[in-house]
Design a protein. Sequence first.
Length: 172
Amino acid sequence: MATSKTATLVADVHAVLGEGPVWVEREQALYWVDIKGYKVFRHTPEAGALRKWETPYRVCSLAPRESEGFIGGTEDGFSRVDLEADRFVPLVNPEPDRITNRFNDGKLDRAGRFWAGTMDNDEAAASGALYRLDPDGSWLRVDDGYKVTNGPAFSPDGRLMYHNDSARQVTY
């Protein structure tokens, strides 16, 4: 027997391209980005509070750092993001030769590594790649040739990572 559930709108933000929800346990808050709207949002359910930050460039994905702030995948590479201080510090751009690319979705694994993919901003070329940024700041291009990297997720035991090429409708 199927049961029905009712969804409740908690934040009517009219995002241009809302993506990448991430729960930050230490704050009991949900963050997400509006890539094409140049915004980051935070919803704190207990307080019913919503906060919005305008960003100087496209923040495409966020992952909470162990202490404070975030690691972000942006239109200019990996960055350290401190929303409260309005500070966006570029760390590395792994694709200086792919000027039409930007980062898209990204997630942290259990080892604190940030996995994020890039894509052609117009979704035309298969110029996207999958990257891993390690806690020590080193990075690795893990795979290449994607149109729209999306939805990284990890198996419950942390041994497997899944991700998608949304344009090709393929899950790896």
